[in-house]
Design a protein. Structure first.
Length: 248
């Protein structure tokens, strides 16, 4: 920001010196005229040029005294107006906009960091509440005890996380791949964290849990086939075990 202001002052001072130098001889001939009033010194010239580009006075009127000197004086003045309005001002505007975007991104990052910290704190508190409930021999919590937490003292935490009770119930069903009506506490809390985010994140998390559930069922079916079907085939027709052995 200071760099932009400095650029404005430098360009203004540079053209003030050039124009004052050009009109110095003519000002001496008529020390009481309009030319002396507008361009009698570097300071007065800077003031005149500032009025020209800020709307303090129409620049056409400020240009008339210079036209009596030479055509070059006119072009120097016009060059100042063009460079200042279309070059310097746009550059300074870009600097200001860039600075505003930078601060806006910083504010957004701070808000995101604070929100993530709050969500992690909510999850830790919810983890503590669930951990205080009755756990089975495998260290897992049953559905009825979990729902008692989520519909009771943990309901506000679930709401603060932006999750509905129906989503929490669906997550339990996805994680309960063994149909034991119980899930691990840490696994469930991590699952709630995965369900935070946009629709794509939730969809990917759901696919991951569904894949895990499907894999478990396939493994259980494979074990069932090996334990029951293979011995039955060996007793009825041993030749049928050839393709099975090949697959193994």
């Amino acid at each position: 920001l200071l760099w932009g202001v400095g650029l404005l002052l430098v360009v203004l001072y540079l053209f003030a010196v050039i124009i004052t130098t050009v009109v110095m001889d003519y000002v001496g001939k008529d020390p009481t005229g309009k030319l002396f009033e507008l361009y009698g010194s570097v300071g007065q010239t800077k003031y005149t040029l500032f009025m020209a580009i800020s709307g303090g006075q129409p620049w056409r009127e400020l240009l008339k005294p210079l036209e009596v000197i030479s055509v070059w004086s006119r072009w120097v003045f016009l060059a100042f107006v063009v460079i200042f309005l279309f070059g310097v001002m746009n550059t300074v505007s870009a600097v200001y906009v860039d600075a505003l975007l930078h601060f806006s991104n910083m504010d957004r990052d701070i808000v995101m960091t604070e929100r993530n910290a709050k969500e992690k704190a909510y999850l830790r508190e919810l983890r503590t509440m669930i951990g205080h409930q009755h756990l089975n021999a495998q260290g897992q919590i049953e559905q009825k005890h979990l729902m008692a937490v989520l519909t009771g003292e943990g309901a506000n935490l679930l709401k603060s996380l932006g999750l509905q009770l129906s989503v929490a119930k669906a997550l339990f069903r996805l994680l309960d791949v063994e149909d034991s009506r119980s899930v691990g506490v840490d696994e469930y809390v991590c699952g709630l964290l995965h369900l935070k985010g946009n629709a794509t994140t939730i969809h990917m998390a759901s696919l991951m849990y569904l894949s895990k559930r499907t894999l478990f069922k396939v493994q259980r079916l494979s074990a069932l086939v090996e334990d029951r079907v293979v011995p039955l085939l060996s007793r009825t027709d041993p030749e049928l075990l050839g393709p099975v052995s090949t697959l193994q």
